[in-house]
Structures are given as C-alpha cells and as structure tokens.
Write a protein that binds this ligand. Structure first.
Ligand SMILES: [Zn+2]
Length: 163
C-alpha cells in the first residue's frame, strides 16, 4: 500500500485503515528493499531470480530491436520476430517462459534456439498484421466471420458478441 499510495491515493488510504495501520499511508515511509522480500518463500525467491535473468535478456533484445528500427528494417517492434540463441541454464529458463516472451519483448513472435552464449537476431515476423491486437500472425482471417483479425482475437470477439 505504501508503494501504490502515490497512484491510488484514496484506495490505499482505505486499505491502510482497514489493515489497522497507524496514521495515514501518505505519511508513512516507503519500505526498504529487504522488507519487500522478507516474507518470500524459497520458491518465490527463485522465481524472482528467474525474472532478474529474463529482464537481462530483455535488455539485449530491446537493444537489437532499437538497432533494427534505426536501420528501418522494422517500423515497430510488433513487426519483428526475435530469434534467440542460448545455452547452459539460460536455454531451459527461456523455454519455460516461452509463452510470455513475446509479451515481455512486445514483439509478435519469438523463436528459441540452442546455441552458444546468448545472441539475438531480428527478423520480420511471419504473417500479416491483425487489425485488433496489431500482432503479426499467420492465422489472420482463419475465422471467416472476421477476415482482418487473428484467431485469438476472433475467439475474444466471438465471446464478447455471444457471451
Ligand atoms: Zn489479434
């Protein structure tokens, strides 16, 4: 609550009172980093470490995307497919989070390969742009009712229309 207080001024104050904390959340000090992780289990600590590594990979990928953008190879990151080569313990980690990687890099596709060290290559994404989510996919128009959007968006729109 102390951390979100600047953004959620009223809600955080209500929660603060509900938690029977003294005074106002807005006069309390921010927690120290150690306080934030004190209650984490070993399992959660491991997960935090995983994300530390994923964020390092993300830094490398974002640099490559920026170079590709400056060279006008892509206009926006969603036009890209990221090819990632990794080895050692990094490869299984990336494999485990494979589903999340496109969202983490804000690209349309990510392809993982076993290779030396970590290297990144940017290619143009396969398929065409979905008019709803702007990702490039090979299944735009798969649902004949929605010829300009991808299969995932078609499912979402169908659910919105028909419950
Ligand atoms: Zn879509």
């Amino acid at each position: 609550m102390r951390l979100v207080a600047p953004l959620l001024a009223f809600t955080s104050e209500e929660v603060w009172k509900n938690m029977k904390q003294p005074g106002s959340v807005h006069t309390a000090f921010f927690p120290e980093p150690g306080e934030l992780t004190a209650g984490l289990s070993t399992e959660h600590r491991k997960r935090v470490e995983n994300w530390d590594r994923l964020m390092e990979v993300r830094e490398d990928v974002l640099k490559s995307l920026e170079t590709a953008r400056q060279e006008k190879f892509i206009g926006a990151p969603l036009e890209a497919r990221v090819n990632l080569w990794a080895n050692g313990s990094l490869y299984p980690l990336l494999e485990r989070y494979a589903q999340e990687l496109p969202a983490l890099f804000i690209v349309s596709q990510v392809q993982l390969k076993n290779g030396d060290g970590l290297s990144v290559a940017i290619e143009r994404a396969d398929g065409v742009k979905c008019q709803r989510c702007w990702k490039y996919t090979t299944d735009v128009g798969a649902n004949a009712d929605f010829p300009t959007i991808c299969a995932g968006c078609s499912d979402a729109v169908t659910e919105i229309l028909h419950g």
